[in-house]
Structure formats: structure tokens, C-alpha cells
Design a protein around this ligand. Sequence first.
Ligand SMILES: C[S@@+](CC[C@H](N)C(=O)[O-])C[C@H]1O[C@@H](n2cnc3c(N)ncnc32)[C@H](O)[C@@H]1O
Length: 233
Amino acid sequence: MIRKILITKEGKKFYVGDTGRDFHTQFGFIRKSDLKSSGKLVKTNKGEQMRILDPSFIDLFRKIKRHAQIITPKDIGMIISNTGVNKKSYVVEFGSGSGALTCFLGHIAKKVSTYDIDDRSLEATRENVKLLKLKNVDVNKADCYAKTEETKDKNADLVAIDLPDPWKALDNAVRAAKTGGFIISNEARKKGLLVLRTIELIEREWVLDKDRARPDFRGLGHTGFLTFARKLE
Ligand SMILES: C[S@@+](CC[C@H](N)C(=O)[O-])C[C@H]1O[C@@H](n2cnc3c(N)ncnc32)[C@H](O)[C@@H]1O
């Protein structure tokens, strides 16, 4: 459990689990009496100043356990902005992986039911759901390719598919979605689905310091295609 974070002026972060004892860093230690506060500037015994904060969702998200390739925050942002998922939404996810998308959607939506076939993925997802203190996420073991006439999930506002062979899970996704609901996948061409758009998102940071203002030569390029579709039948 991460209870506090400490941030230096340069942005170096320390994650504090136990606030019941002094916290040691390479800049000296912070006294346990200072670890109880929030928002204050505190000083190590060597005089280094740090801001102490309660961890935000994003601070904790950066610490999630990564087991499978995750959907990156840039693509998660695109999913949220293209589907309008919100606090009333019911979301079904096929392919929990590390639970990165699961946790972000759990943070926003009313409820998330996520499925994976692999025990290590399920374990990583459960661990990350706990780290992020989410109470509205159901983590389930299932083969999302299995042909079923009935699914326990119905009327989902959004079904997100992140599987090696997504087209094999499309029938199940369509059954779980409500009419008008969104399906996101890297394969969504199917009768009864209106394919809205397929995109990839390329993110490039800028190097900004006293000598330079230019795009970074490295970029977070292709991380996957996203196809957005809507169930119309
Ligand atoms: C790329 S990962 C998903 C990553 C996830 N979206 C995230 O953001 O952390 C793909 C997952 O699909 C799961 N998977 C593969 N075949 C499956 C199947 N037939 N049914 C359910 N899950 C399956 C794998 O175990 C793996 O965890």
C-alpha cells in the first residue's frame, strides 16, 4: 500500500508505504512525524526539501505491475474521448492483461467486468485493482473466444477487446453491448456494427531546456490500432 509520495524540486519521486517509521532516501531521511502531513514542504535530516502529498490516481497508476503489453495512457485517453465513458457507464473488457485499461476505466466508469484466460494476467489485474483501491471492478476467468449463446454481461455501454485474435471474440462482444453501445477492437467489421474509425496515435515529447526547444528524436510511436464501432441492431 502506497500512503504518501515525496517529490523533490527536480521532480524525483519517492513512494512511502510505512508512515510509522522514518523514510530513508539518498538525500537523507524524512522523520516519521513529517510523514503524516500532506501538501507541506518537509526537510530531510540533510536539509533537502521535498513536498509530501497523498498519492493521486496517476501516481499510483505509474506503479502498476506490468505483466502483458498494456494499453498506454495515450490510447486510453483516446478510448475515453471517443466513447464518452463516464460515471454511469457499464464497461466489459476482454483481455485484462495487466489491468491497465481495466483500472483506468474502473476509475471513471460505474462498473467494469473484465475477462482473461491466463492466471498470471488475472493475478496482475487483481493486484493492480487493489493498488488503485477500486471497488467497482470484477475480474473473471474465461475464454473470450468460446462460443456462447448467453453472456452474463448485457447492455454494456462499452466493450473493449484487447486479445491476440480479437475477431474471434466479436460475437460475444456484440452480445454484451447494448444497442448504441461502443465496441473497441483492432477488428470490428461485422454485420450490425457501424465502424466509425480506425486510428493510431503517435505521441512525441519535446525537449525543452535553456539551450533547446525541439521535438525529441525518440517518440512513443505505434502502440496499436484502435477501431471504434457501434452496435446498431
Ligand atoms: C495485450 S493483453 C491485454 C492488455 C490490457 N488491455 C492492459 O491494458 O493491460 C492480452 C490478454 O489477452 C489474454 N487472452 C488471450 N487469449 C484469450 C482468450 N481466449 N480469452 C481471454 N483472454 C485471452 C492474454 O492472457 C493477455 O492477458
